[in-house]
Design a protein around this ligand. Sequence first.
Ligand code: COA
Length: 332
Amino acid sequence: MSIKTVISGTGHFIPPKIVTNFDLEKLFNTSDKWIQQRTGIKERHYAEPGTGTSDLAYQASLKAIKSAEIDKTEIEFIIAATLSPDHYFPGIGVQVQAKLGLSNIGALDIRNQCSGFIYALSVADQYIKTGTYKKILLVAAEVQSSNLDYSDKGRDMAVLFGDGGGAVILEPGIDSDRSILSTHLFSDGNNVKKLWMETPSSKEKPTFSYDMIDSKRCYPKMNGRYVFINAVEKMPEAVWAALKHNNLTIDDVDHLIPHQANDRISLMVAKKLGIPVPKVIRNISRFGNTTAASIPIALDEALLEGRIKKGDIIVLTAFGSGFTWGSAVIRW
Ligand code: COA
């Protein structure tokens, strides 16, 4: 008898406010044509002031709980992934816990940026397989719109990111056909400064200062080309590692859900893997890059659209700040 991890429920929540490329044209020197050609993004959603990441996470969690047909009081552990917590500390895990009205359960925050969902899935998988917990809520959410540089200097980043949340419920399946088959995690901390938000920083005294705002060091920054080149190399490598581990070929894969960083990255990853484009789940045109939340949002949408059938093999892959990257294989 072996315990396997089953995703028993999914949900996502996107804040209602739509911000189109044309809206961004009014803020800095860019164009709808440039953004669509270079990224595939047409619009993204922004949370209103007063709405934090934990609020989006809470809404996505409620939907996942409903979809799993469980009572929220059955949740034994919460794992939350984000790079944009409501506060410097504590993380959003405890806030989601409080919003759900749950007490006396653990809440863990994962700080792995765009790879956050896959890292969190890997952690949850271990807890379920070892019998530690029987119902885990894994939620990933981001509010990034509140800290982007909406000037010409920050336009490369500002056009990419959006807000949203996605969640899954994980449970044990005894000798179940449906399960997480594997997770593979990688990182390379030599590239910290290639995609980062430098401040606030514990290295500086004080941790927060006006200079950080004036010098724009409080905004996320990246070397876009370098990130792009590494993303299209590392995501296929992570998928190949996963396929080899599971004795699968690319023909066995029914759906590839790449982290939605840039549609050109997703298409290039698909080409390198030799997987037909219709098998690639892509929603970046409507949501932009929602970082840790992008994979669970795409998974839930694909399920709601009826694209994913029982027994399908789903491969997830992500790459992002750290650098961190990884893959997961799920038999649905
Ligand atoms: N609107 C108009 N022009 C812009 C622009 C914008 N929003 N952002 C950058 N540009 C300009 C640049 O200034 C540059 O102009 P120059 O040639 O006069 O210097 C030109 O467009 C090309 O810039 P470059 O950075 O080489 O473009 P690119 O084809 O690499 O596309 C990204 C830029 C950001 C879209 C692309 O590098 C990318 O997607 N990288 C990965 C990002 C990512 O995934 N980050 C998150 C990781 S998960």
